[in-house]
Design a protein around this ligand. Structure first.
Ligand SMILES: Cc1ncc(COP(=O)(O)O)c(C=O)c1O
Length: 397
């Protein structure tokens, strides 16, 4: 969460005075947001949900994922990416990231099997995945791509919008994301079929709200992860802020990258530096020891924002807990459901997949994630703060 205030407050107040907070009422906040988000992304269909996890789940159901299918996920993502796969009955296959800290097409190719149904590139920390490489592979092997854009709301890739390039995309609007309504999400696609099926997964009666859609094939059992108009109203206000915020962070990151590379640091391998979210600057080191020394020295650098002095915050991705596969306990232990008979690892349709997980199954990732240091940007940093940060980076380097 970067900015929230009067804009959101006014919009919600107006909604409350209408008393229409159910999404199929007359206020139309969710519909307005879905239309605007679709237009911004250049996609035909958008459906709001209650979270990024629900959005990934809906998109996977939409793409036809289920028992007997493998879904390739990166070794570095919030655990929910892989858990959404299990919720459909399919099995997550973990693949390496490269020095972009996102999914490595080379490793994905190695892990494709006759059962691979979907690849999920995750644009972690606002960094775009190598979508050219991954889409090429997917097309060659007749596999679908679901972009997990939960951490990259508003960002792009080579002139297009993240989330709009694969066969489907999923977004989170939880408190920590570039746009927020506290908790929320959306999935997007250009396919009517994916949207219809995904919609039933997150709104068990979705075909009922639209009388034209009483199709028998849609009347399977879904759940309810319907968004509220309150979320829609907040996001409509947040939409007015996103470009300015990301633009500012982009400018700051460019300035700070130059400070680092001038001082001899090596940048991580950005796949689309000018278009991604710009929320994180990354450097990569020869060894973990060097990375830790740099991040320790960075913490000793102080930045004064005219109100208070604080230490600079850089982090090693390896230290981010459930963002690294070795800490995905339910997956590593194959506890894929609340009941053994529903556990995808026990389902007869999945027995042919022969999936084995181990701590070192993505050794290259662990090594890369231990040698990288990421620095968060903030759109409210003043020019003076950014200058001090640049000086701090040079000193630490
Ligand atoms: C990469 C990624 N995928 C999925 C999610 C799940 O989103 P949510 O918390 O809205 O369910 C998150 C949330 O932190 C995330 O960072």
């Amino acid at each position: 969460m970067y900015r929230i205030g009067k804009l959101e407050q006014d919009r919600v107040e107006k909604l409350f005075s209408s008393k229409e907070i159910f999404r199929y009422g007359r206020a139309g906040e969710c519909e307005t947001f879905e239309e605007a988000w679709g237009k911004r992304l250049g996609v035909e269909h958008v459906r709001m949900t209650t979270s990024g996890t629900a959005s990934l789940y809906a998109a996977l159901i939409g793409l036809g994922c289920g028992p007997g299918d493998e879904v390739i996920v990166p070794s570095c993502t919030y655990m929910a990416t892989a858990l959404a796969v299990l919720a459909t009955g399919a099995i997550p296959i973990v693949a390496d990231v490269d020095e972009s800290i996102t999914l490595s097409p080379r490793d994905v190719e190695r892990r494709i099997s006759p059962y691979t149904k979907v690849i999920i590139p995750v644009h972690m920390w606002g960094l775009a995945s190598d979508l050219d490489g991954l889409m090429k592979l997917a097309n060659e092997h007749n596999i679908q791509v679901l972009e997990d854009a939960c951490q990259s709301v508003g960002g792009g890739y080579k002139g297009r919008k993240l989330g709009s390039i694969g066969h489907a995309g999923a977004f989170s609007f939880n408190y920590f994301k570039n746009m927020t309504c506290g908790e929320g999400g959306a999935f997007v696609t250009n396919s009517q079929e994916v949207m219809d099926r995904g919609s039933v997964a997150v709104d068990c009666c979705s075909y009922y709200w639209n009388p034209d859609e009483h199709k028998e094939e849609l009347q399977f059992a879904g759940l309810n992860f319907r968004a509220t108009e309150v979320a829609g109203a907040i996001l409509n206000a947040q939409l007015e802020r996103i470009d300015d915020m990301l633009g500012t962070m982009h400018d700051h990151r460019k300035q700070l990258l130059e400070a680092g590379t001038d001082a001899g640091l090596e940048s991580i391998a950005y796949n689309s530096f000018d278009d991604d979210c710009g929320t994180h600057l990354g450097f990569i080191f020869g060894t973990e020891e060097d990375a830790r020394e740099f991040s320790g020295r960075l913490r000793e650098q102080k930045v004064n924002n005219e109100v208070e002095e604080s230490s600079m915050r850089g982090f090693l991705p390896i230290d981010t807990g459930r963002h690294v596969y070795t800490r995905w306990d339910p997956i590593m232990r194959k506890q894929g459901a609340h009941h053994p008979d529903l556990n995808p690892y026990n389902l007869p349709a999945n027995q042919k997949l022969e999936v084995e997980y181990s701590e070192d199954m993505c050794k290259d990732s662990l090594e890369i994630l231990s040698r990288a240091v990421l620095l968060p940007m903030h759109c409210d940093n003043s020019e003076s703060v950014v200058e001090q940060m640049g000086k701090g980076i040079r000193e630490a380097a």
